[in-house]
Design a protein around this ligand. Sequence first.
Ligand SMILES: [Zn+2]
Ligand SMILES: [Zn+2]
Length: 137
Amino acid sequence: MADPIHAGGCLCGAVRYEVRGPALQTTLCHCEDCRRASGAPVVAWTFFRGGALEWTRGEPASIGHAERLRWFCAGCGTPLLFVDPSLPGFTEVNTCSLDDPGRFAPADECWLADRLGWMARSGGIPGYEHASPLPEE
Ligand SMILES: [Zn+2]
Ligand SMILES: [Zn+2]
């Protein structure tokens, strides 16, 4: 059976993408870098295979920070994609940039070491002080 294709994009609509499933991992990240890059207290991520994403409209911008690349819409700023060159097997999509984020509930929380005191834990899922264990590539 063909892998399902999930579409997503930014707030203003200038940048659109399609990412080929399956989702390998879903996590809620409390790290300081995600927080700053998003302006939000926590960021939901969905991991797909490396190279699974194709831009279908517009040209996203990217910023390198801590030897990783974060892709976003230069027009509206929506964070879209994260690539860690040390993990070429994974494409990490900002879950809430997907058209149907409700299908990608976080399976765990990571970087609790950076969690803000006023940001509650998500109930009923495992949490890790640092990175979540990676799925098999
Ligand atoms: Zn945009
Ligand atoms: Zn993070």
